[in-house]
Ligand binder design. Sequence first.
Ligand SMILES: Cc1cc2nc3c(=O)[nH]c(=O)nc-3n(C[C@H](O)[C@H](O)[C@H](O)COP(=O)(O)O)c2cc1C
Length: 165
Amino acid sequence: MKALVVYESLWGNTAAVARAIAEGIGPEAQAMSTAEAAPQALSGVDLVVAGSPLFAFRLPTGEIRETIRRKAASFSKPPDLGHPPLRTWLETLPPGKGRAAAFETRIWWSPGGATGAILKGLKKAGYAPLAWGRRFRVTGMTGPLKPGELERAREWGVHLARQMR
Ligand SMILES: Cc1cc2nc3c(=O)[nH]c(=O)nc-3n(C[C@H](O)[C@H](O)[C@H](O)COP(=O)(O)O)c2cc1C
């Protein structure tokens, strides 16, 4: 079973969760940013797990990334905008036929989420949902992750790998 955990991550929290999920899935899984996960990386993939931060109650849009870019100096740590938004990555995802799972990082309460849009994009490309979307929590606007979240992510990876058997 080949698995790919793809992420958009401006401050590294979603990237850290993605790596922990891949670790939990096992050695056949790799975590990659949206820039690294080129169409060739998806060839023969049985499970695609994709995740993003929640910005303004949803999967990051081009507009919010532009606002963040303009206000980059106001954040405690500079944002990494060097990889494409997951939204764009999903829109250009070549057809596949594996399974899908989605996650998001967020502070907490929100009237909306990102995982619904992620699963919808994966499904449109042919990846059938394997699990409900998962949320991982950060403690502030740019992180860090709450204690225990990386362990939860690893456990979820183990669970997804079991579901695939
Ligand atoms: C501009 C902006 C908007 C955000 N909007 C939300 C939000 O609506 N709900 C929420 O729970 N967290 C929100 N957050 C917190 C992010 O979801 C959190 O920082 C995220 O985990 C960052 O992930 P990353 O380090 O992978 O970029 C926001 C953060 C920023 C900078």
